[in-house]
Design a protein around this ligand. Structure first.
Ligand SMILES: [Zn+2]
Length: 159
């Protein structure tokens, strides 16, 4: 499942990409362009705009995002579209929206800090911008936030 997010949902778009999902986001885009992209690419349109929801009432692939808080927005999307099992953190570039390519520790060594090169469990590189991503240092702010999000789902299913 892929997405296009409206202008109000920048943080949601970023976090869905961090979790591995394909999300198009344009800081400035006309509603009709978003609707057209969603139709053309078969993407789910994510929007905070009640007017847009009303105008697209006959279209199937759209979701009204209720909250202003990005964590709640992510949880709503993953809950309602049943995507928790498709979460693959750090597999997509948050700038280019491209799937990352795995990088060996050997090759990553020259591209990251010594701490990261020793302690991360895996590395990946974006084929678009060459930015390097890694997992498993249990150190970064982003990893803590990801863990917290996944925790919310676990609590939901275990009660
Ligand atoms: Zn990139």
């Amino acid at each position: 499942m892929t997405f296009v997010a409206d202008c109000m949902l920048g943080r949601l778009a970023k976090w869905l990409k961090i979790l591995g999902f394909d999300v198009l986001f344009f800081p400035k885009a006309e509603d009709r362009d978003l609707v057209e992209i969603a139709r053309r690419d078969g993407r789910v349109l994510l929007t905070r705009d009640t007017g847009l929801i009303e105008r697209t009432a006959k279209r199937p692939n759209r979701l009204f995002v209720r909250s202003d808080v990005w964590e709640d927005q992510v949880v709503q999307v993953l809950d309602e579209l049943e995507l928790w099992n498709d979460v693959r953190p750090n597999t997509r570039c948050i700038e280019c929206n491209l799937p990352l390519k795995t990088l060996t520790r050997e090759r990553a060594r020259n591209l990251v800090t010594p701490y990261v090169s020793e302690n991360a469990s895996s590395f990946a590189i974006c084929p678009g911008c060459n930015r390097v991503f890694w997992q498993g240092t249990h150190y970064g702010d982003m990893e803590k936030k990801i863990a917290k999000l996944l925790d919310r789902h676990k609590k939901d299913i275990t009660g």
